[in-house]
Design a binder for this molecule. Structure first.
Ligand code: FES
Length: 111
């Protein structure tokens, strides 16, 4: 496994999100309520809309286009419930946020 730098820990305060490209992967990094970090696919599984343009309150992410919502802790769809976000492994090292992109592919919904 090869972890690559995505951003610095200081780039994300609790309740914030940022989009980054790592290799060929477009990612959404979030600091969820409680301070943990998550890395998910950057594009909505519904259509090609950047999730960073949506709203995030530390717990729930809402896509701006059609208001699909996702649990920021797990990436599972809330509405609709039959979709989810691909999640990328994270490591923290010397203030940097590292992600592993190999073997992870964005997920897309049925409609
Ligand atoms: S593109 Fe995100 S909800 Fe439709």
């Amino acid at each position: 496994m090869t972890f690559q730098k995505a951003c610095s820990e200081d780039d994300l305060w609790e309740g914030e999100m940022v989009e980054v490209d790592v290799g060929d992967h477009h990612l959404l990094l979030m600091r969820i309520e409680g301070g943990e970090l998550r890395a998910y696919q950057g594009m909505c599984p519904h259509q090609d809309i950047p999730l960073c343009e949506g709203r995030f309150d530390g717990r729930v992410l809402m896509c701006r286009a059609h208001q699909w919502t996702f649990d920021a802790r797990s990436g599972d769809g809330i509405n609709p419930g039959d979709c989810r976000l691909a999640r990328y492994p994270i490591q923290l090292h010397n203030g940097d946020v590292l992600v592993e992109v190999d073997g992870v592919a964005p997920l897309f919904a049925h409609s």
